[in-house]
Design a protein around this ligand. Structure first.
Ligand code: HEC
Length: 439
């Protein structure tokens, strides 16, 4: 059995416990903004907006308005100040008090936030157009593209009433084993593509996916919530604001010649309410013939949840589930090195945490999300990998708000709350650890 089969093995055999014995301590944000001297647009503010906002806030971009020209920015001063100070923009959910930070973190530093806030307070002075501050480095760039795969035919998203999540089979052109060492996505229609992810399934599952694909005349098949079960590996997730990223040095995702490569795209309605356009999104891969360690996603869940064990009563604003498991159990007791994390819930997910409970009783936070928004979930690559020894437990906690105020919006109104449980159209709670497996 190859290391990649451990994901399925883990799902089948590990049953996390409902170990409510020692609660996991969440951290509290307590970040003060520094005082800054007077600032002007061209010299100080423009480089921040151009590096951290305009990938989405551009003509035809995902955001509802452009922030590319000084005149655009002037129209939205109060909103910019509010969303930046409240850390709502750019969208990046992990709490800063948790862990040691993430690679490709697009969020603003306290000094950048203070700069924007002071500038708006001072009446947004323009400064000298000939004195533009130096460009800031962008986050999330793919160093090299070796292969680009595009959806085999365009798909017209069904976003009239609510969002549409669709899965597509991609034709993997290689018959020999390859390793994905970097990954990025180019949306066909930028303003419609909210996020996308790529997963691998074993070759024997291909016919099943083909049947799903053939169910209607349209490209792909509906897969609300994305694919979680029956997959072999999770190559990566993409959301607007970055173009792509390489895996940590010396690591990659193994793709065998007969593997099934599936692209999942979450489509939303264009902000101006205009009709959806046919989309043909493509995926860029950076490849290697060999790597030192493969990457595998290990789900941290309680397996009982999958079989009706995740009851979330309607109208309840706070339902909490937690689970923990020893990820070394699916690695023959050997230490497991974690390089990345991800927390997956659907629309009613309201907060969550993924961390480590060490054998000695100490706790480490890996990602904490205080205001979860399922539309902005992402992959968080740890600045510093962490290792779990046999006896250490990975811990996941999900909180759901199933009140009217936290439902999916359909046709401009929230859906009627209903009793929920585990399911594609219902809810999920999965913490993913991206772990390194030596070859
Ligand atoms: C990853 C894409 C993305 C990035 C990067 C981004 N935005 Fe946004 N922004 C959006 C979207 C999408 C919306 C529409 C509201 C929503 O869906 O949350 C939005 C809405 C806004 C709003 C209106 C909020 C409201 O409540 O009406 C402001 C103001 C804003 N963004 C400012 C910024 C600023 C300033 C930056 C950079 C510091 C930024 N955004 C970066 C995607 C982005």
């Amino acid at each position: 059995m190859g290391p990649r089969s451990t994901l399925i093995l883990a799902l089948l055999t590990l049953s996390g416990c409902q170990c409510g014995t020692v609660p996991f301590e969440r951290c509290e944000e307590d970040e003060a903004l520094p005082t800054v001297d007077a600032v002007v647009w061209h010299r100080h503010v423009r480089p921040i907006i151009e590096a951290r906002c305009t990938r989405c806030h551009q003509e035809g971009g995902l955001a509802p308005f452009a922030l590319t020209a000084f005149s655009d920015v002037k129209e939205h001063l109060a909103g910019i100040q509010h969303t930046v100070v409240a850390r709502l923009m750019p969208p990046f959910m992990p709490a800063r008090c948790c862990g040691k930070g993430y690679r490709d973190d697009p969020s603003l530093t306290p000094a950048q936030i203070a700069t924007i806030a002071r500038w708006v307070d001072d009446g947004a002075p323009e400064g000298d157009p000939a004195d533009v501050g130096p460009a800031l480095p962008l986050v999330g760039e793919l160093p090299r593209v070796d292969e680009t795969l595009i959806m085999s035919e365009p798909y017209l998203p069904d976003v009239d009433s609510h969002d549409d999540t669709r899965c597509f089979l991609l034709d993997w052109p290689f018959s020999q084993q390859k390793f994905v060492v970097g990954f990025g996505v180019t949306p066909g229609v930028r303003e419609q593509v909210h996020h996308a992810l790529v997963v691998l399934a074993p070759g024997y599952a291909r016919d099943g996916f083909r049947d799903l694909d053939d169910d209607d005349d349209k490209a792909g098949w509906s897969c609300p919530g994305g694919l979680v079960l029956g997959i072999d590996d999770y190559v990566g997730g993409w959301s607007p604001g970055w173009e792509g990223a390489a895996t940590p040095p010396g690591t990659g995702h193994q793709v065998d010649g007969d593997d099934v490569v599936i692209l999942t795209v979450h489509y939303t309605r264009p902000h101006d309410g205009s009709a959806a356009l046919p989309d043909q999104t493509s995926v860029d891969f950076m490849l290697a013939d060999d790597v030192g360690s493969t990457l595998t996603a290990v789900p941290v869940i309680n397996s009982a949840w999958v079989f009706g064990g995740l009851p979330i009563p309607k109208d309840n604003p706070s339902v909490l589930f937690d689970a923990e498991l020893d990820p070394t159990d699916s690695n023959w007791g050997q230490p497991v090195e974690v390089v990345g994390v991800n927390l997956h819930m659907h629309e009613r997910g309201s907060s969550g945490v993924l961390g480590i409970k060490r054998q000695d009783g100490s706790q480490e936070c890996l990602v904490q999300i205080d205001a979860y928004d399922h539309a902005w979930q992402g992959d968080y690559v740890l600045q510093e990998p962490v290792t779990l020894q046999h006896g250490d437990h990975a811990y996941v906690e999900c909180e759901f708000d199933n009140s009217l105020a936290h439902q999916r919006i359909v046709d401009g109104a929230p859906e009627e709350p209903r009793d929920l449980n585990w399911g594609e159209e219902q809810e999920m709670c999965v913490g993913y650890l991206t772990v390194k497996r030596p070859r």
